[in-house]
Design a protein around this ligand. Structure first.
Ligand code: ATP
Ligand code: MG
Length: 430
């Protein structure tokens, strides 16, 4: 029987883990500076959470959900995104309680599931890292959170980045704008792409960010949402822009950017790479404000702001940009045992080294010394300890610095002593 992984999924192989670890390590360092704490929620939730939270007309809910009924006939879905779950957890665990410091800053990372047509950078199981901030309507929250995303990608070595911002206003503004947009688009109905024709009445804002060429032309002269904003929303958006300028974060306003999730209000943003290496303008990160969502999910009125980025896409971009990922931890010591009679001593040595906080490995296949040295070399071992039958009899071993080639004798007592760590440091300090 030949098994294959499901379409749109990937095995992340040991050779690829360094990249994933690197992003996580850099991200965690930045997130800590901003006071974000991790939250972990289930990989599946009730279907209704997403249809209500993300929006029934969104692509995610209408086309891409992995939903199923469990043996108790509950309608469940694998999470397609993180925000709805985090909001649910925020409400269910009463993280809005007065004794908890506001704003509450949370981040999550992990797999998301969407039934999409798989292609490069688009998978059915993929990974996102996202943040959510609860309890601040201050535009400074929008800007510091955008700054965090920007800095994170900068620290990862991505330089050619573009920040797009837009405002969707409040729900009242969107109702009025929606009507204006439908009126503008209706005369072009026959020319619009099939998808956009369907969206025209269901979710006309989505026509704005259609990727179709003709749609794009039609949309160019569409009314701008910015002309429909309330005074409060206008003020909020202009504050956001002022603050971005004050922090020297370059941005562009793109009134056709709307985002595919229904919960956004006021500020939304995307960070794209403009690198030619990556067919220009690929979105890495997207997010925005969602002031109505917590209440919609049964919590108290609480403003929210968040973003998410895809790790697979980020890794692809880093690879295309030839960003070097710091290599994984090397092997400290490889122990070469010559002859079956050293089998037990070799076992004891690697175990003693590991107890001394060193990474240690040995041969298990009774191979010739030459082959074992080759493995030590391939594993980037810093030291090699060699023991054969004569060394065993004398309670000694040979120790070799793989970088300098320097070799000397060492007693087994020294190897087994806790002070071997000092010897190791001394020998490898060059
Ligand atoms: P797109 O327009 O590319 O479909 P989206 O609007 O669906 O993106 P979001 O839901 O905002 O994307 O997700 C944020 C990020 O998650 C994206 O910018 C991308 O990096 C990543 N992402 C989304 N869907 C996928 C997927 N199917 N496979 C891999 N990464 C994805
Ligand atoms: Mg999508």
């Amino acid at each position: 029987m030949n098994y294959q992984k499901p379409k749109g999924t990937a095995d992340i192989l040991p050779s690829e883990i360094a990249g994933w670890d690197y992003i996580e390590t850099v991200a965690k360092k930045e997130l800590a500076k901003y006071g974000f704490k991790e939250i972990r929620t289930p990989l599946f939730e009730s279907f209704d959470l997403f249809s209500r939270g993300v929006g029934e007309s969104s692509d995610i809910v209408s086309k891409e959900m992995y939903d199923f009924r469990d043996k108790g006939n509950r309608h469940l879905a694998l999470r397609p995104e993180g925000t709805a779950s985090v909001v649910r957890a925020y409400v269910e665990n009463k993280l809005y309680a007065p004794e908890i410091i506001k704003p509450v800053k949370l981040f999550y990372k992990g797999p998301m599931f969407r039934y999409e047509r798989p292609q490069s950078g688009r998978m059915r199981q993929f990974h996102q890292l996202g943040v959510e901030v609860f309890g601040s309507k201050n535009p400074a929250t929008d800007v510091e959170t955008i700054a965090l995303a920007f800095k994170l990608f900068n620290s990862l070595g991505l330089k050619e980045l573009k920040l797009l911002v837009n405002s969707l206003g409040d729900s009242q503004a969107r109702v009025v704008y929606r009507q204006a947009l439908i009126e503008y688009l209706e005369p072009f109905k026959e020319e619009l792409s099939k998808d956009s024709q369907i969206r025209l009445y269901k979710n006309p804002l989505r026509v704005l960010d259609s990727k179709d060429k003709i749609d794009k032309e039609i949309v160019k002269n569409a009314p701008s949402i910015l002309n429909y904003l309330s005074e409060d929303s206008k003020r909020h958006f202009s504050e956001v822009q002022k603050m971005l300028e004050a922090l020297n974060i370059p941005y562009e306003i793109d009134t056709t950017m709307v985002r595919g999730l229904d919960y956004y209000s006021d500020t939304i943003f995307e960070i794209l790479t403009t690198s030619k290496n990556f067919g220009s303008n690929t979105t890495i990160c997207a997010g925005g404000r969602y002031d109505g969502l917590v209440e919609e999910m049964g919590g108290p009125e609480t403003p929210g702001f968040g973003f998410a980025f895809g790790l697979e896409r980020l890794l692809l971009i880093m690879k295309k940009e030839e960003i070097t990922i710091p290599s994984e931890k090397v092997l400290d010591v490889y122990v070469v045992g010559i002859g079956e009679e050293t089998n037990l001593e070799t076992l004891k040595i690697v175990e003693a080294l590991r107890a001394n906080d060193l990474n240690a490995e040995r041969d298990f296949l009774f191979r010739k010394p030459k082959a074992q040295f080759k493995t030590a070399d391939k594993s980037n071992a810093r030291l090699v300890i060699t023991i054969g039958s004569s060394e065993l009899a004398e309670k000694k071993a040979r120790i070799k610095n793989m970088k300098t080639g320097g070799e000397q004798s060492i007693s087994l007592d020294e190897i087994y002593s806790p002070s071997f760590k000092n010897i190791f440091n001394l020998l490898t300090s060059d």
